[in-house]
Design a protein around this ligand. Structure first.
Ligand SMILES: [Zn+2]
Length: 409
């Protein structure tokens, strides 16, 4: 009986979170629950401070109907983007409004795990202090990392390209912060953010592409993130586009990332210019912007972009043929930069390689959410866990204290 009630709370909370404000009738329709059940659930959730009534909907002369949404002050979540050029830590309220942000620039080709943990902890303490929220009201921290995340009892990270092997990041961060920690791959958190609020909204079959120094995807299949046996599915950057081609950071040859990753594009440009200029990770964003800007007057820049379009289009055609998505969303800082100038050409290149039927049904679009989407996606991890648990107090270590803070007694 308790499980049924928890399940019903979860079914009702998801639409209120994703689509609110909604009337009770709308919640009932979306959740597939009766009016009486919704009425009881919403009364309980409002009394606990999880949802709030935010006004009335006109109903053509009938009795006005109350609109419900999640209570932004029910609790707070923190999203962390462990990037290869910067660490971004953001604190949001329960309505995912940004309350505080902390950035620390890194410029490392290899990230030391202890250094990474110290930077993340510093960022977390900073956003809690800056926002002034009660630490006990922090529902959890979602950390997005550039690597594979194995979800055992505690999440362990394998970042082959950044020198991480079996880093117990969840346990390390929990012991340093005392907060609930969730860890996932950065492309997957980007995908979840774009699916909830961005360019992948409203589709159950999509591939969200993250382009930066690293290259990955989040594959949404039948409404679920496709993970594979050990959660590493989607490593599109390490699929082979040239047999025996350039050596990739992962050690293999001819990976897509060795052709369309930001470091690869910059290195190829310098090679065409016959220069030996090493670009540090922190300089790449400016360097790529300069190459795109120079394409009209610089033959080397035009050529490296032509090549990038071809390889990226080919990689997207592979995604279209393998997964038959309704939508491919191109994101990440590099994806955003390339899409602004080159998306029609990338689409055409994909069309030359993909099978006609799946290609005729796919939209290839730019991501909506911009530079912070990976951190925002991190913040969705503790929210998803809470919504799935139906915001039942016993499931969260800190919830009982918070609830008593919201409604004494
Ligand atoms: Zn590779």
């Amino acid at each position: 009986m308790r499980d049924l009630r928890k399940g019903n709370r979860s079914r009702a909370l998801w639409p209120v979170f994703l689509h609110g404000p909604l009337t009770r009738q709308e919640v009932g329709t979306l959740a597939g629950l009766s009016a009486a059940t919704i009425s009881n659930l919403m009364a309980a959730l409002a009394a606990e401070g999880v949802v709030v009534e935010v006004g009335l909907e006109d109903s053509n002369g009938g009795r006005p109907r109350g609109l419900l949404q999640v209570n932004p002050d029910y609790g707070y979540v923190i999203g962390v983007d462990v990037g290869e050029t910067a660490f971004l830590v953001e604190l949001f309220d329960f309505g995912l409004h940004l309350r505080a942000r902390h950035t620390s620039v890194t410029d490392m080709t290899v990230l030391d795990p202890d250094d990474a943990v110290s930077r993340i902890v510093k960022g977390i303490e900073s956003v809690i202090a800056e926002s002034g929220v009660d630490r006990r009201a922090v529902l959890g921290v979602g950390v997005a990392v550039p690597g594979l995340v194995e979800h055992g009892e505690d999440a362990v990270v394998y970042g082959q390209s950044v020198g991480w092997h079996a880093v117990p990041l969840e346990a390390m961060l929990r012991s340093r912060t005392g907060l609930p920690i969730l860890v996932d791959n950065g492309a997957k958190t980007l995908g979840q953010a774009e699916r909830w609020f961005g360019a992948a909204r409203g589709t159950d079959n999509a591939v969200i592409v993250l382009l930066g120094i690293g290259v990955g995807t989040c594959i949404i299949s039948n409404g679920e993130v496709y993970r594979g046996a050990t959660s590493s599915a989607g490593e599109w950057g390490h699929t082979t586009v040239v047999v025996g081609g350039r050596t990739c950071r992962c050690g293999a040859e001819g990976c897509l990332e060795a052709y369309v990753g930001a470091g690869a594009i910059a290195a190829r440009y310098e090679q065409l210019k016959r220069r030996r200029v090493a670009t540090s990770p922190g300089e790449l964003e400016g360097r790529i912007a300069a190459i795109i800007d120079a394409a009209g007057r610089d033959r080397a820049a035009a050529r490296v972009l032509d090549e990038t379009v071809t390889y990226l289009g080919t990689g997207i055609a592979d995604l279209v043929n393998l997964f038959n998505p309704e939508r491919v969303v191109v994101g990440g800082w590099l994806g955003n930069a390339l899409s602004d100038e080159l998306l029609p050409r990338i689409r055409a290149a994909a069309g030359r390689q993909a099978l006609r039927l799946p290609f005729s049904r796919v939209q290839i679009v730019k991501a909506d959410l911009g530079q912070d989407a990976v951190a925002l996606g991190g913040a969705t991890l503790p929210i998803a866990r809470l919504l799935t648990a139906g915001a039942v107090a016993d499931d969260h270590a800190g919830r009982r204290r918070i609830r008593s803070a919201v409604s004494p007694g």
